[in-house]
Design a protein around this ligand. Sequence first.
Ligand code: HEC
Length: 95
Amino acid sequence: MNVPILSLPAVLAIGMIAAASAAAADFDAPSYHDSQCTRCHDSGVYTRANRRVRSYPMLDAQVARCDANLATKLFPEDLQLLTDHLNDSYYHFAK
Ligand code: HEC
């Protein structure tokens, strides 16, 4: 009997594609923010008078730096959604 066997690299590739698309579809930026990003600071740092982030690229970089402190390590698409969430809610920079 001849059973078709997928090669290991093929199985890994299929798994990675499935994981990446699931992450983008399931990601909820506001709830991720409220559960993960408020461990060191609350959202007051985004609206304080002397806030440090002054442009969309700076916001993008800061979100990535802060996220690197967490164990979750977001996918780039999810980081983008998180940056947009902060921009829409607090910073309002033109992109
Ligand atoms: C390990 C601690 C830590 C975690 C977790 C963390 N941050 Fe931060 N974050 C900081 C520190 C420290 C600062 C700088 C505060 C200061 O300048 O007084 C900062 C500043 C920021 C700023 C800039 C505020 C300004 O001045 O404009 C943004 C935006 C930000 N964090 C977003 C996030 C997001 C989004 C997450 C979740 C992915 C997150 N942070 C999680 C430590 C953290």
